[in-house]
Design a protein. Structure first.
Length: 394
């Protein structure tokens, strides 16, 4: 595989970067303080097709290839991780419906999601359930013509403004997915504030109190919730987050190059100090490595390669841990200024830490990646043993 962007992808990258530099980057700090994303910005994002980026054109989407989608997430993430999180959760809902939804659900919801007429949010995490997602405590009881949901969801990104939630609950003891509209009786949305990072992502807690959901809003089949629907949509989420982490790291690098070129210490510019140059070198190398891992994961998704899921986990693991390290170094380079909201690097550090937790924590990725390594070794050993036997017989 040749890991090089096409001319179209390069042009697209330049267009998005210009949009981010004008509409997002200058205001991200203010939105972070206010814990708010302006509806006017969401409208502009929708008008540019970003909310329907990966949906097929037959539903009003852009039908974008996954590398281009990665570029979109990197550039938006460079400007504001909260806004990039909107792309993540909205497209996760869209992808779940596109892959597992009924014909009615696809025809009814996907055009609205593609155009941004409604906002989607992914509702899996709960007060007592995070990484062990298959153990959700929210319940769904079938009454004959509807499902009754009871329970709570927490840390729901853009839950404050979402029109449609993809909710995971246990029905007959089996994890199952449902589409729940914000105006469903029995659903209470509560604002959450004061979180560490991505503060403008308008996080919410959802409370279901005998919330009645029509039978037609069941996604897939009973018991498909975790192994199929959540697993496949979280894979898309991990890819979005991984590329967004490259954006955070790139923003840190750009901030540090500017700062060290302008500020003097000991009568010389900071950029002349060897230790500063060492940190800048490490940033550049790790950003390039993370970006290439993301491009490879995107390419494998485009060709439906069976390794795409594990390669996405590797990309997310490397990019998120690298972003945290780079953001930490960026704060250190800025010194006392790095601890002030007058400079964006303190926000980058807070946001990067969130990236190590969402869509599969760093520790979960370590378990998954290591297990894959052992499986590959076992398969290789068995194949070698069989080849040896065949050779001996010959």
């Amino acid at each position: 595989m040749k890991l090089e962007l096409t001319p179209q992808q390069k042009n697209y990258q330049a267009e998005i970067r210009a949009f981010v530099d004008e509409e997002i980057f200058p205001h991200a700090g203010e939105w972070d303080k206010k814990e708010f994303t302006p509806p006017e910005l969401i409208k502009k994002i929708a008008q540019r097709g970003f909310l329907g980026a990966v949906l097929p054109q037959e539903y009003g989407g852009e039908g974008m290839d996954m590398i281009s989608y990665g570029i979109l997430n990197e550039e938006i993430g460079r400007g504001c991780s909260s806004v990039r999180s909107l792309l993540t959760v909205h497209n996760m809902v869209s992808q779940a419906i596109c892959k597992w939804g009924s014909k009615f659900q696809k025809d009814y919801w996907l055009p609205k999601l593609a155009l941004g007429e409604i906002i989607g949010a992914f509702a899996l995490s709960e007060p007592n359930v995070g990484s062990d997602a298959k153990s959700v405590e929210t319940t769904a009881t079938f009454t004959g013509n509807a499902y009754i949901l009871n329970g709570r969801k927490k840390w729901i990104t853009y839950g404050q403004i979402a029109d449609l939630f993809l909710v995971f609950a246990k029905c007959e003891g089996k994890p199952t997915a449902f589409l729940v509209k914000k105006n469903n009786p029995g659903l209470l949305v509560k604002q959450m504030s004061g979180i560490l990072g991505t503060r403008a992502s308008m996080v919410a807690e959802l409370q279901f109190n005998n919330c009645e959901v029509a039978e037609e809003n069941l996604v897939g089949k009973l018991g498909f919730g975790f192994a199929y629907i959540a697993a496949s949509t979280l894979d898309y989420g991990r890819y979005s987050v991984a590329c967004g982490c490259v954006g955070i790291a790139q923003a840190c690098l750009e901030a540090c190059i500017k700062y060290t070129s302008d500020r003097k210490q000991f009568d010389v510019y900071l950029k002349e100090h060897q230790l500063i140059r060492q940190k800048i070198t490490q940033m550049i190398a790790n950003i390039k490595a993370a970006r290439l891992l993301c491009y490879q994961a995107g390419y494998l998704k485009d060709i439906n390669h069976p390794n795409s899921i594990i390669e996405t986990s590797i990309a997310k693991y490397f990019a998120s841990t690298a972003a945290t390290k780079i953001a930490n170094d960026a704060v250190q380079i800025h010194g006392g200024n790095g601890c002030s909201s007058e400079y964006p690097v303190e926000r980058y550090l807070r946001d990067s830490k969130i990236m190590e937790i969402i869509e599969g924590s760093t520790q979960i990725q370590e378990i998954t990646i290591a297990e894959s390594g052992y499986q590959d070794y076992f398969i290789s050993s068995v194949a070698t043993a069989w080849q040896s036997k065949l050779t001996d017989k010959v």
